[in-house]
Design a protein around this ligand. Structure first.
Ligand SMILES: Cc1cc2nc3c(=O)[nH]c(=O)nc-3n(C[C@H](O)[C@H](O)[C@H](O)COP(=O)(O)OP(=O)(O)OC[C@H]3O[C@@H](n4cnc5c(N)ncnc54)[C@H](O)[C@@H]3O)c2cc1C
Length: 379
């Protein structure tokens, strides 16, 4: 059996690895010329953590994970307003939690790729032809591939979805006018001032988080309401002491509208969508990478019964039937979380600040941590 996977990201590489272990030949087609070093910090827990354990990926992920001891809530003048021990958050999810950079997840998945899976870097699918029995694609490199299955695991702006389903405007839904800014940068002075702690600031329509990665590297992200992506950088700089320092060493942060993908049907003939291409929950749900890994495992499981090309279509239908309701539930939760990221009214802001202040009280801290479920993206 042969699969073509568009996108060497979290979902595509997980699927490729698992299918290759089941004896499939997998061609992964990735537009980027090499693994991308840029990225952001991910709270990794929930279904993806469980799937990673079953897939034997957990030791490699743990090796590449970051570790922080405390989250500090600061105000615009840099004063610490509340503190939360990160161990409490970890306890709230029974220690089944990792804080890890997205490129490090990709690195772990690439290192685990078995023989039988090949990544074609620097190329993309140009045309798709599905005759019902086989699907064939023409790559921008000029190469033609034929397979039993084509998987669009190429992110929110999915190329495969565009070619087979239609233009992105139909499927990509911005949420609550929010823009995300995320980055990794070099700033030894900021690292020293953070003293190994994560700093977070929540203002009206704004949230900012910065964490140290090494002696010189920092990572951060901000969520901004009512700010166009083109104005994202300036808006972060306007967030007081922390905001002014946040991006000063960063040349090109990731800036994009916060969005979900809503695709009513994930399967067309022998083509299927996976991960953010059909199921982006947005960073507001703090579960996108986790669901990408768990969804890939689910799809591979449904396909593991396929002994003949004609079995593939039944496997795809089972994946869509079982996995889509889980994604829809997480997407609804993500939309509800918009307020927690960027409180829109004074009352919402004060309520959130009261929760963080309460986190300084020992018994309450565990409750706040449990509600947070994630460190860098408290919900
Ligand atoms: C700022 C931010 C913070 C986040 N925080 C969290 C978090 O805390 N927890 C969490 O679980 N998730 C988080 N997420 C979400 C998470 O990153 C994604 O949901 C997850 O990476 C989705 O995996 P994917 O494989 O579908 O897409 P991606 O990992 O984006 O991979 C898609 C791949 O497809 C490639 N590609 C794109 N176009 C083409 C093309 N035309 N041809 C071939 N290849 C192509 C891309 O280069 C990329 O390699 C966050 C996202 C953002 C933006």
């Amino acid at each position: 059996m042969h699969a073509i996977v568009s996108g060497a990201g979290v979902a595509g590489l997980t699927l490729a690895g698992r299918l290759a272990l089941d004896g499939w030949t997998v061609d992964v087609v990735e537009r980027a010329p090499a693994p991308r070093a840029s990225g952001y910090l991910i709270d990794f827990y929930g279904p993806g953590y469980d799937a990673a354990e079953r897939l034997g990926l957990l030791p490699a992920l743990r090796e590449r994970a970051e570790s922080f001891d405390e989250l500090r809530i600061v105000d615009g003048s840099g004063r610490v307003r509340a503190k939360l021990a990160i161990a409490l958050v970890e306890q709230a999810v029974q220690g089944r939690y990792l804080s890890i950079l997205r490129p490090q997840i990709v690195d772990a998945l690439l290192a685990a790729l078995p023989q039988g899976a090949t990544v074609h870097w620097g190329t993309q699918v140009e045309t798709v032809f599905d005759d019902g029995g086989q699907v064939s694609v023409l790559l921008s490199s000029g190469e033609r591939l034929e397979a039993d299955l084509l998987v669009g695991a190429d992110g929110v702006g999915s190329r495969v979805r565009q070619l087979v389903w239609g233009p992105p405007e139909q499927f990509v839904r911005p949420i609550a006018g929010l823009t995300a800014v995320a980055w990794i940068g070099d700033d030894a002075e900021l690292v020293a001032d953070l003293e190994g702690r994560v700093a977070m600031q929540v203002e009206l329509d704004r949230q900012l988080m910065i964490a140290p990665l090494s002696a010189t590297e920092v990572t951060g992200f901000a969520v901004l309401r009512g700010v166009e992506p083109s104005a994202g950088r300036a808006a972060v700089a306007g967030m007081g002491v922390l905001g002014r320092r946040a991006l000063r060493s960063v040349r090109e942060p990731y800036i994009d509208a916060v969005a979900q993908t809503i695709v009513p049907q994930w399967v067309r003939g022998r083509t299927v969508l996976l991960g953010d291409a059909c199921a982006a929950v947005s960073l507001l749900a703090g579960q996108g990478a986790s669901l990408a890994i768990a969804g890939a495992e689910r799809l591979a499981e449904e396909l593991s019964f396929a002994r003949h090309p004609s079995d593939v279509v039944a496997g795809l239908a089972a994946y869509e039937r079982d996995w889509q309701p889980i994604v829809e539930r997480e997407q609804a939760r993500g939309r509800r979380n918009a307020t927690a990221f960027a409180p829109h009214t004074r009352i919402e802001l004060e309520a959130q600040r009261a929760v963080w202040r309460a986190a300084a009280v020992p018994g309450v801290a565990a409750l706040v941590a449990r509600a947070a479920g994630g460190v860098t993206k408290p919900v």
